[in-house]
Design a protein around this ligand. Structure first.
Ligand code: ATP
Length: 514
């Protein structure tokens, strides 16, 4: 575990050193849980957004996009339930004065029981070797059964407390489980309180005339309130979806995991409108489609899993997360929710406007049901970086840090390097760049030895390094080096577009999805 935390620290440092992510307002000592994307980060982020947007809007003829404003009428948040119920249960440790989410403390405790079971299994597997039968072991090991029973009891008690919104019981669980503050090591806890996560500000100039406005905590509501606009102007027929990418804001209580939990972040959300009664079928459909979207990037199928929700949000009748194996454990990257017709019905009620769909096949009006897929751009970014970060031993006593990013997402697709800074090689390299730059994000690099230049590109995940040498001037060939294998090949410069294109093409990736 400590080793994994070390890796995470290195990833955070790497992000800063190589222009991916900077703490916001750094020269003023930063601002809690707010981050800026640097020159490489913004490229990676844009590529992630493109992958999502095109997979939704370009590949599905019944999904269209919108871009709604961050500011919305405040009644929207009353209708959606966010004013009354968008809360996290918080608890303070009186000795360290540190604040925690009570639900997160308990979930971590549940994960500890899982870890204990996993350790028993690993120990036995080592002892019994090839003859080890995991199922049999789990069914017969007294230790495992004890851990499992404790885990299940805790889980049931926690789920009930969350569903009943019972804050005293949450505190009691923390006490009974003897959960201690990781900073002070004590069990000296305050009561559990609810904390609303929405930021607010004033709109309008005078004190009397101003209105309290919320910064949206999700982009979804901008889609719901535009349902009729899009359906009518686009002549959309159910089932259909509306997609949106945009900023969201949450005043998170605990924000200590880099860009995993931010106060300002970006979401990619798609609301899919369906006939009442068909929502669970579509829920299953989108669960599969979204997992495939993740897996198609080739970061390793074993690094993803579903996690079904114990506590359903006030609006949902089914919900699952897609989790990715981060250095600090499997964590949610995307949520898929069956939101019933809650949101549209609420907006109908609060606005007094009829928000319904006339289904020509059924010859009836209804408020559509909704399946939502909701993924954080920043969390996706973090999962990709964590999956890609690799430290490798090369040669006898050399190491390299390489970001094995899916080439299609890499910030820079190729670096063009003249072997030396003379003899017309820089000019030749510029010529190649001028030819490639219309299709790819390419970089020119002439400083330091070739070896150092390769390492710099490895560190930002550039799939190809292209070296221009004296032979290039004679026969028009260059050396192309592939990032992961480090193999080099001599090819005609005229073939570069096709070689780079093949490896970094969105089209090839999209074909895997259909
Ligand atoms: P969590 O349980 O981690 O607080 P959530 O279940 O509240 O997340 P949703 O409301 O389902 O999250 O939001 C959908 C997606 O938005 C999440 O899967 C995540 O990728 C992203 N997201 C949510 N909150 C944050 C945040 N504070 N910082 C970065 N991304 C976030």
């Amino acid at each position: 575990m400590a080793q994994q935390e070390d890796v995470f620290k290195k990833i955070v440092a790497h992000c800063k050193e190589y222009g991916f992510v900077f703490p916001s307002s750094e020269i003023y000592d930063g601002l809690g849980a707010v981050y800026d994307y640097g020159q490489n980060g913004v490229e990676l982020k844009n590529n992630i957004k493109r992958y999502w947007w095109d997979a939704m809007v370009k590949l599905n003829e019944n999904i269209v996009g919108i871009d709604s404003a961050i500011f919305m009428h405040p009644t929207i948040w009353k209708a959606s339930g966010h004013v009354d119920a968008f809360n996290d249960p918080l608890i303070d440790n009186k000795d360290s004065k540190k604040r925690y989410r009570a639900d997160v403390l308990i979930e971590e405790q549940i994960a500890k029981y899982d870890d204990k079971i996993a350790k028993e299994v690993a120990k036995a597997a080592k002892k019994f070797g090839d003859s080890f039968d995991k199922e049999k072991f789990l069914a017969t090991s007294v230790h495992c059964q004890e851990h499992q029973a404790k885990r299940d009891a805790l889980h049931a008690r926690y789920a009930k407390a969350m569903n009943d919104n019972d804050l005293n019981e949450l505190r009691q669980i923390i006490i009974d489980e003897e959960i201690v503050c990781p900073i002070s090591g004590t069990k000296n806890w305050t009561d559990v309180r609810q904390f609303n996560l929405m930021f607010s500000t004033e709109m309008g100039s005078t004190a009397e005339g101003s209105m309290k406005i919320f910064l949206r905590p999700e982009t979804a509501q901008g889609i719901f309130v535009n349902f009729l606009n899009v359906q009518k102007t686009g002549r959309m027929k159910i089932p259909f979806g509306i997609a949106q990418i945009g900023k969201a804001f949450r005043n998170e209580i605990v924000a200590r995991q880099f860009i995993f939990r931010m106060r300002e972040f970006e979401q990619m959300e798609m609301q899919f409108f369906v006939r009442p009664g068909e929502e669970l079928k579509w829920f299953e459909h989108w669960k599969k489609v979204r997992l495939n979207w993740h897996k198609a990037l080739g970061m390793g199928d074993e690094n993803y899993r579903y996690h079904d929700h114990d506590k359903l949000a006030h609006y949902a009748n089914a919900a699952t997360d897609i989790e990715f194996r981060m250095p600090f454990g499997f964590k949610e990257v995307e949520g898929i929710h069956s939101r019933t017709n809650f949101d549209l019905s609420q907006h109908q009620k609060y606005s007094g406007k009829k928000i319904q769909y006339f289904d020509p096949e059924l010859n009836e009006n209804y408020v559509p049901y909704v399946i939502e897929t909701s993924i954080g751009v920043d969390r996706m970014f973090l999962s990709i970086l964590c999956g890609a970060y690799t430290e490798e031993v090369v040669g006898d006593n050399d190491t390299r840090v390489v970001l094995k990013l899916p080439a299609v997402l890499s910030p820079v697709k190729a670096a063009i390097m003249p072997l030396v800074k003379k003899d017309g090689l820089p000019e030749k390299a510029r010529e190649i760049i001028n030819d490639l730059k219309f299709d790819f994000n390419v970089q020119y690099d002439e400083k330091d030895s070739i070896g150092k230049r390769y390492r710099r590109q490895d560190a930002i995940g550039t799939p190809f390094c292209i070296t221009v040498d004296h032979q290039t001037l004679e026969d028009g060939t260059v050396t192309i080096r592939e990032r992961d294998t480090m193999e080099q090949e001599r090819v005609p410069a005229s073939e570069l577009r096709s070689i780079i294109g093949k490896k970094t093409s969105f089209t090839e990736l999209f074909k895997k999805l259909s």
